[in-house]
Write a protein that binds this ligand. Structure first.
Ligand code: ZN
Length: 212
């Protein structure tokens, strides 16, 4: 799983930055268990994850710029992101997460389905129905928090050639797109969950940091 209704798509009302809440937190008592992976798949995943920017990297808090050039470089960028996402066993990836501040995201909600790429995506409409589900994020290893998302969204974007497209998405697809557009705005799932879950997640992330 990846990674609000229309009224809260603008993250302007965000709370204090992460990192300042390192105390008085209960350790999470339900650590997610790692599924058993084929060693080769696991090695590929780890290599891909090593190329994904992690919590604490300021790029993840930076708003990405609209794409203006639809050239071979953009196509290669999207292809590389699609490969990384697949290798990392993720369902979505925003350019921000690989350190490129372009409004470009890729996602794939069916295991062997095609990778979709959205350029300069904008949520044009979000339905009133909201669902709470646990989300993870390739940039926040080991973290799963509850996030409310609109169940149905309509998104205007450009494809990789610069042609306008309209995506009507529901359920997991709608959730992934909202998660990835958040990345393009510098917003993380930590900003969309409860204060308690955010504190526990930040503590877990800090404890997992390699002692360097
Ligand atoms: Zn994410």
């Amino acid at each position: 799983m990846p990674d609000h209704p229309a009224s809260s798509l603008d993250p302007g009302g965000r709370e204090a930055p992460d990192g300042e809440e390192r105390y008085e937190v209960e350790p999470p008592d339900d650590e997610p268990e790692e599924p058993e992976l084929d060693p080769e798949v696991a090695a590929r995943r780890d290599a891909a994850l090593a190329q994904v920017r992690k919590f604490g990297d300021p790029v993840l808090r930076t708003r990405a710029r609209p794409v203006e050039r639809f050239d071979q470089a953009l196509r290669e960028e999207a292809e590389r992101m699609g490969r990384l996402m697949g290798d990392a066993l993720g369902v979505g990836l925003a350019a921000t997460q690989v350190g490129i501040l372009h409004r470009l995201l890729v996602y794939r909600v069916q295991l062997h389905g095609p990778v979709a790429a959205l350029v300069n995506p904008q949520i044009e409409w979000a339905g009133k129905d909201v669902e709470t589900m646990e989300e993870g994020c390739l940039s926040l290893p080991g973290v799963l928090v509850d996030v409310d998302r609109a169940v149905h969204v309509r998104v205007r974007a450009l494809d990789i050639e610069g042609e306008p497209i309209l995506v009507e998405a529901s359920g997991l697809e709608a959730r992934v797109i909202q998660h990835e557009i958040d990345h393009l705005d510098g917003v993380l799932i930590l900003d969309r969950t409860s204060r308690e879950q955010r504190k526990a997640a930040i503590r877990a992330l800090r404890e997992a940091e390699p002692a360097a």
